[in-house]
Design a protein around this ligand. Structure first.
Ligand code: ATP
Length: 503
């Protein structure tokens, strides 16, 4: 749904959520800045995650490791040898693409066809429509699904075997064209390492090659024993971290979905070998519940269990979200075995073992990882919230129905007019509420226009001070989603808002 996606990007800019980085210099490709509202939304997503993962689990603690790490880290983790993506150049447009993304986009188009069939049938059958039944019996839908499965299976296999010729053959067979120029004139597929390199130290001969971390996880692994010992942690326990990661993505379209500098919220959960299957299932469940708790709609999520597993993993699944451009990965849950810790043990020569008092033995723990992209979560929340609503009086309104707990500003306080002492009362309400929430003051334009502005901004409540306030200390509180207005006492405001925005 291209139009919807364009609206999302335009709205993010117009309302101070996301700007292109270095815009005055025509921007830097796939790098973005979060503006006054975006930074608040992002922070609220972080808090929501941190609270659920760290505060609510007495066996999970936090960490903030440096972005720079000793270069051997990336040898041990396998990133130097194997953090590659297949790339292909288009000879005509001179543009460079990730070959696997081109194939996946093709499958996304087939998925969109399935969605269209479902929508059509829903309309036709009304209440009698049963999605599961329709999908399992409709020949055309089954055909598309079968094709998607076959293509992805083959792509997975050729990537796993590093059979780049087969990736190229697949692109040719599917008749995929350059999304920009429409040309099908490709070069061969090559491998491309995604890590950004830099140097530490001034003199050329002593400078050390460093990398900007491509994931936050390794900072957790190398600190595993430090945290375990100083925190006296007992297995099973977890370490959580939010931080920047960098990848030199070859194709960086889709706005903040795929960036070169982005943020991850990761948690590594250390368990006794042999118990990883249970913990993997349990974390899949816990993470899905976290997503559903935000109320973005159950139908917008699905699991994608990996058939193709990285050599170190014994199970892996993605939580996919229905973005404006189709279902795509939002979070990964991986059962990583003891691969990372064993590798660091091997490369550092330091023991990475845990002494289990109950078992009276030492072992290298197994790890379950949950890894979610903060920016992708931002896009999921933001794109899902943006809608145009038809109103009774034949007008439309643009409203950003962000979950109240995540909204950048919880309430806007509006004096009906700019005189008669109303601004002073409104400002006093702001001063009282700002100890608990982000609130804003707005006195410009007619009150109807201010409501619309706050709707588009995602503010869950508008509080209007009018002449009656002078008499009885009451104000109008208007709810963004229902547009319902209620007369309440100023003293009640804090509790009313709290009820809605507290987790
Ligand atoms: P993809 O297949 O989309 O490239 P990935 O499988 O490489 O993603 P992981 O390495 O599992 O991703 O990273 C964990 C999470 O980090 C992803 O689920 C995603 O939300 C986020 N992420 C990864 N790469 C990017 C990126 N370039 N921009 C924004 N977020 C990203």
């Amino acid at each position: 749904n291209d139009d919807q996606f364009k609206k999302v990007i335009a709205h993010a800019k117009e309302y101070g959520y996301v700007f292109q980085s270095s815009e005055i210099y025509d921007g830097l490709s796939a790098v973005y800045d979060y503006a006054q509202n975006g930074v608040e939304l992002k922070k609220n997503i972080c808090d929501y995650w941190w609270k659920a993962m760290v505060q609510m689990h007495d066996n999970i603690v936090g960490l903030d490791a440096a972005i720079f790490m000793h270069p051997t880290t990336w040898k041990a983790s396998g990133h130097i040898d194997a953090f590659n993506d297949p790339l292909i150049d288009n000879k005509d447009s001179k543009k460079r693409y990730r070959a696997d993304v081109l194939v996946e986009d093709y499958c996304g188009k087939l998925e969109a066809k399935i969605e269209k069939e479902i929508k059509k049938a829903k309309k036709r059958f009304g209440d009698a429509f049963n999605k599961e039944e329709f999908v399992s019996t409709n020949g055309r839908v089954l055909g598309y699904q079968e094709k998607i499965d076959t293509i992805l299976k083959r792509l997975g296999k050729s990537l796993e075997n590093e059979d780049l010729a087969d990736v190229k053959a697949l692109i040719e067979e599917l008749d995929i064209a350059d999304p920009v120029s429409g040309s099908k004139n490709w070069t061969d597929v090559k491998q491309f390492n995604l890590m950004f390199g830099t140097k530490l130290g001034a003199s050329a001969d002593s400078a050390m090659d460093l990398y900007l971390r491509p994931e936050t996880a390794q900072g957790i692994f190398v600190n595993f024993l430090n945290v375990q010992k100083t925190g006296r942690m007992k297995i099973p326990f977890g370490i959580a971290q939010i931080g920047k990661a960098f990848r030199n993505e070859i194709v960086a379209r889709q706005f903040i979905f795929r960036q070169r500098e982005f943020e991850q919220m990761e948690m590594q959960f250390f368990v006794k070998p042999g118990t990883q299957k249970e913990w993997y299932e349990s974390w899949k469940d816990t993470r899905m519940k976290w997503h559903l708790s935000l109320g973005l709609g159950k139908d917008n999520y699905r699991f994608h269990d990996h058939e193709k597993l990285a050599h170190y993993a014994d199970a892996a699944a993605d939580i996919e979200f229905r973005f404006p451009f189709g279902f795509k990965e939002l979070e990964g849950i991986h059962s990583r075995t003891d691969f990372d810790l064993s590798q660091h043990e091997k490369f550092s020569g330091k023991k990475m073992q845990y002494f289990d008092h109950e078992e009276n033995k030492s072992y290298v723990p197994y790890v379950i990882e949950t890894s979610i992209g903060l920016d992708r979560m931002f896009l999921a929340v933001f794109s899902n919230a943006l809608m145009e609503e038809e109103l009774d009086n034949n007008t439309t309104r643009t409203v950003l129905k962000l979950p109240a707990v995540l909204a950048p500003t919880k309430a806007a306080v509006l004096p009906l007019v700019k005189k008669d002492g109303l601004p002073e009362i409104a400002k006093q309400i702001v001063d009282d509420l700002k100890w608990d929430f982000n609130v804003s003051y707005d006195e410009k334009d007619a009150v109807g226009r201010r409501y619309r502005r706050q709707d588009a901004n995602g503010t869950p409540f508008c509080i209007t001070v009018d002449h009656d306030t002078l008499e009885d200390n009451t104000v109008t509180i208007r709810h963004r989603d229902t547009m319902e207005q209620k007369r309440v006492n100023i003293e009640e405001l804090r509790d009313i808002i709290k009820k809605e925005v507290d987790v």
